[in-house]
Ligand binder design. Structure first.
Ligand code: SF4
Length: 120
């Protein structure tokens, strides 16, 4: 997932004692959280606490990232490295007309032509 879908290539497999393990590639994680969201064993976990996202594998922290605010509702939702990565990947895509920093909920509203609600 990290290599083929996200493109960050921040995870690799190593063999220890005849068993394969997923381990982090130092400094490569952009904090998207995709691996944790699809991990069937919940060995990879994501925790968002106030302004910080922590990604861990088997209780070993592999990334600590600040969280940026959604420009619609103000909720903290994504890491700066992830947002920058997406911005670069979509910069020259012919279907991308504008760039926004919306959380998934506000992006849905924006897509439907409604204005996101600012947070209180
Ligand atoms: S959170 Fe990090 S390790 Fe997991 S898929 Fe995203 S970039 Fe890869």
């Amino acid at each position: 997932m990290c290599r083929e879908i996200v493109g960050a290539d921040a995870l690799k497999t190593v063999t220890r004692g005849g068993r394969k393990y997923i381990v982090p590639v130092e400094g490569a994680c952009i904090g998207c959280g995709t691996c944790a969201n699809i991990c069937p064993t919940q060995v990879i976990r994501i925790e968002d606490k106030e302004t910080v996202r922590t990604i861990s594998i088997r209780d070993e922290i592999i990334g600590i990232h600040p969280l940026e605010r959604c420009e619609g509702c103000g909720k903290r939702f994504a890491t700066p490295r992830f947002l920058e990565y997406i911005h670069h990947r979509t910069l020259h895509h012919p279907d991308v007309k504008e760039h926004h920093q919306y959380c998934p909920s506000c992006a849905k509203l924006f897509f439907k032509g409604k204005q996101p609600m600012p947070s209180r």
